[in-house]
Design a protein around this ligand. Sequence first.
Ligand SMILES: Nc1ncnc2c1ncn2[C@@H]1O[C@H](COP(=O)(O)OP(=O)(O)O)[C@@H](O)[C@H]1O
Ligand SMILES: [Mg+2]
Length: 229
Amino acid sequence: MDQLLQTVNLQRHYHMGNSVVRALDGVSLEMAEGEFVALLGTSGSGKSTLLNLVGGMDRPTEGALLFRGRNLAQFTSGEMAAHRRSSVGMVFQSFNLIPRKTALENVMLPMIFAEKPPGERRRRAQELLERVGLAGRAAHRPAELSGGEQQRVAIARALANQPELLLADELTGNLDSRTAAEILALLRGLHRETGKSMLMVTHDERIAAVAQRRLYLSDGKIVSEAAAT
Ligand SMILES: Nc1ncnc2c1ncn2[C@@H]1O[C@H](COP(=O)(O)OP(=O)(O)O)[C@@H](O)[C@H]1O
Ligand SMILES: [Mg+2]
């Protein structure tokens, strides 16, 4: 299979006064196109730091981060913006929807930034809402949706510009266990249907079980790896 992502000795250090926090301390990993990978680790192990680097929200201190063979560490700020807009889609624990916009408008927003034609935006946003099971909620604002429904909108929004990689950071962290299971089933279904590459961060082994492969992060280093059983 073709390689989607590779990191080589990836480092991200934060300088705090006189001390240095090595949030990532030499991470080397690979991910193939179409894979569903979970990144596991306790709080503070560096999971979000790594995900934010892959998502183009932040830059490494040292090391290489290859996305389809191109090193993000050397991207211009314009190339980084394009990467965030079109190559990846991100989903967070806190949903991060725009409160004043409807579900449909929230899903259309990334397509406005990508300058997609208006008719196509609406059609695709409707299709995506349907796919995540929210066809009947298109006109609702986030406050008029349950947590699980808000996360479904966020997933639809993350997929709007057909990214090559879906990134999820503790996406079930604010949901009860039954709703969390529904959201994970949705991701698994999307992965089966579309073969979309997915990289999911979680501290919870049960949530990571949805992925094909698990990587364990501890103190900014990958310490072990396991395939799905
Ligand atoms: N902006 C920041 N400034 C300073 N330290 C940070 C910053 N972001 C994260 N850290 C530190 O880096 C380490 C890894 O954090 P993070 O990647 O958020 O961990 P996780 O997502 O696994 O809980 C932690 O020790 C955290 O305190
Ligand atoms: Mg985190």
